[in-house]
Design a protein around this ligand. Structure first.
Ligand SMILES: C[S@@+](CC[C@H](N)C(=O)[O-])C[C@H]1O[C@@H](n2cnc3c(N)ncnc32)[C@H](O)[C@@H]1O
Length: 251
């Protein structure tokens, strides 16, 4: 059977019904809970044709592996990753306002999930990952991303170097993050159409990836620390892009 994700809690369930109702497989609710928020969720599920199974609290706890379910639990098919062709189409529409995060072989699902969550918060339009040696969208990623994996397109590309070259031909300014870079992120040019490239947990940015970057940037650190976690470094750099561009997060 294809892997499914468990979604629980009022906010996450509402977001899923809104974003991907066709991916919902099962729905359970606590039969004792009659509050307005749960009734609204039941109505939304009725509208999209999903049957709700009412169960007692203990059963819901067991089904949700003792998560803080707030009276509702869904299972859903995982969000679909997008293709290189879809990326090209999206880029054409974004013109001079593209904002992408590229993860060069990030393998840890917790890191990928955390990067997606931060990227969505910072207004990134899509996350680009390579086909090989990189974590796929799985249930752990979706859980850590707290709804971001459902809303933020993840483009899986066959050849990252080719994609970076393509981004540049489309006028995107590509910046790679590397602790050993000489340019400080807070002094680097990060305005206009940008892609931020982050390296893998253990080996950092691959050299062929680095060669495609217009600039390499570092986050200043105390000498006592060797490197930051990739999701933390991602957050710092994406918010510097946001600060420099004064982008509206509602656009
Ligand atoms: C855990 S680090 C990788 C450490 C790896 N040993 C290396 O040499 O790059 C994962 C990624 O986070 C980003 N990163 C971590 N610390 C950074 C820093 N101080 N400045 C810029 N990027 C950083 C880089 O993209 C890096 O490839």
């Amino acid at each position: 059977m294809a892997e499914v994700q468990k979604i629980h809690g009022i906010h996450a369930v509402q977001a899923l019904i809104k974003a991907r109702p066709d991916h919902i497989v099962n729905a359970w609710m606590d039969r004792q809970r009659k509050d307005a928020k749960l009734q609204a969720i039941k109505q939304s599920l009725d509208e999209v044709g999903i049957r709700v199974d009412y169960v007692d609290k203990k059963t819901l706890e067991k089904l949700s592996s003792n998560a803080n379910h707030q009276g509702v639990l869904l299972t859903a098919k995982l969000p679909q990753e997008r293709t290189e062709e879809q990326l090209k189409k999206a880029l054409k529409e974004q013109q001079d306002q593209a904002f992408y995060l590229v993860l060069d072989q990030v393998t840890d699902p917790h890191n990928l999930g955390a990067c997606l969550r931060t990227a969505l918060a910072a207004g990134v339009q899509g996350v680009i990952v390579p086909k090989d040696n990189a974590c796929r969208l799985n249930a752990t990623v979706c859980k850590v991303a707290s709804g971001a994996a459902e809303l933020l397109p993840v483009y899986r590309v066959t050849n990252l170097v080719r994609t970076l070259k393509y981004l540049k031909t489309e006028g995107v300014w590509v910046s790679g993050a590397a602790g050993e870079a000489t340019k400080d992120v807070f002094e680097a040019e990060l305005t206009g159409s940008v892609a931020i490239v982050m390296g893998a947990e253990g080996k950092g940015l691959r050299s062929l990836t680095q060669q495609q970057c217009d600039q390499l940037i570092k986050i200043p650190m105390s000498e006592k620390v060797e490197s930051l976690n990739v999701s933390v470094a991602t957050g710092i750099i994406l918010y510097e892009v946001l600060r420099q561009n004064q982008r509206s997060l509602n656009s």
